[in-house]
Design a binder for this molecule. Structure first.
Ligand code: PEP
Ligand code: MN
Length: 361
């Protein structure tokens, strides 16, 4: 079999299937309806990590057989979630192709280590969901534990991060985290699970496109033949038909241009960006030099570092100056906040009689 989990530029990898394997009929129907969409792998949970007790916790080991037997004649690989050694053993014995480690397991290095050791020597492809908290090192740590036992077919799944209310998402995407993972592990495929990020069907297409635009390698989507009656995660699951429409609407963008003219124009524009960034840094350095001068003056005359009237004046003046320049309010405010924080920091060092070099050491 071709390696399943490798970065490939030609098209996104699509993993789809129900949140849970609920019955033999539902599993067979899912596989039958997903096959014509040309998905790369079917997914279904057989042991479900539920937040509160008393919810549907999966059909357990008997469902492994349904998954293997329904997908085998269709030539579709199949993956399930494993949260411990026993799950690994049962899944592999049943002939499951790949496994994923869920968000609630990735947070626990003991469990990940046990799972890694149970998988050692099997060559099983493993998908690692992000931990529930936005900790990129913990995510990388889990992947490293799998690498250390010799597993090479690995991928990460970005499924968003827990928050306490206040976002339109079930799990906030926090895109900076998968971006940092890509920077640290550039060869690792990273898929997006828009279903668990959204928690509903509403933003699914938008989040999927965003993932592709950020150079993620594919999607893991929860798909159910009758989503409204699903036994878990009903609100976020879609029908196979709707998945077909979602995929047809996706624009597949890649990080490099294949057309030489396009690549050349891009290079020219980037050279301009490089020059502007250098100018920005020079101007910021100049600004900080003036800031340090003012710091010395304030120290000499016992004037406070912060004068809120001045800070308000700066905010108002810069907002007015920026108006009509196509910069968002949030960006301008974040930028001014960062510059202001650094100015205060540098003046504080002057007040304390310390140098920047001393502090950076
Ligand atoms: C799932 O994929 O059904 C699941 C439980 O995911 P997560 O670990 O991302 O919550
Ligand atoms: Mn789910």
């Amino acid at each position: 079999m071709l390696p399943l989990l490798v970065r490939r530029p030609d098209r996104p990898v699509i993993i789809a299937g129900p949140c849970s394997a609920e019955s033999e009929a539902q599993v067979y129907e899912s596989a039958r309806q997903l096959a014509p969409l040309g998905i790369d792998m079917m997914r279904a949970g057989v042991w479900k990590p539920r937040t509160r007790p008393g919810s549907f916790e999966g059909r357990g080991a008997e469902a492994l057989k349904w998954l293997v037997e329904s997908t085998r004649p269709l030539g579709i690989p199949v993956c399930v979630e494993v949260a411990g050694t026993e799950h690994v053993e049962l899944a592999l014995k049943a002939g499951i192709t790949a496994v994923w480690i869920g968000a609630r397991t990735t947070v626990n290095p003991f469990m990940v280590q046990e799972i890694a050791e149970a998988l050692q020597g099997t060559g099983t492809p493993v998908l690692v969901k992000n931990p529930v908290n936005p900790d990129v090192d913990l995510w990388i740590g889990a992947l490293e534990r799998l690498q250390k036992v010799g597993l090479t077919q690995l991928a990460a799944v970005h499924r968003g991060f827990s928050t306490y209310r206040g976002t339109p998402y079930r799990n906030s995407p926090n895109w900076a985290v998968p971006i940092e993972l890509r920077r640290r592990m550039p060869d690792l495929p990273i898929y997006c699970d828009p279903s668990h990020i959204c928690g509903s069907r509403i933003l699914l297409a938008e989040v999927s496109q965003r993932a592709i635009d950020l150079d993620l390698d594919g999607l893991m989507v929860e798909v159910h033949p009758d989503p409204d009656h699903a036994l878990s995660d009903a609100k976020q699951q879609i029908t196979p038909q709707r998945l077909g429409a979602l995929l047809a609407g996706l624009i597949w963008r890649r990080p490099t241009a294949t057309d030489l003219d396009v690549a050349h124009s891009l290079e020219e524009l980037r050279a301009t960006i490089d020059r502007i960034d250098h100018e920005l840094i020079d101007r910021l350095a100049e600004r900080m030099e003036v800031v340090r001068g003012i710091g010395g003056f304030k120290k000499e005359h016992s004037i406070t570092i912060l004068q809120h009237e001045r800070w308000n004046e700066i905010l108002n003046d810069r907002a007015a100056y920026a108006s009509g320049k196509a910069l968002t309010h949030k960006f301008l405010r974040d930028l001014l906040d960062a510059i202001h924080a650094e100015s205060i920091h540098q003046q504080t060092l002057i007040m304390d009689g310390r140098t920047l070099d001393e502090q950076q050491r």
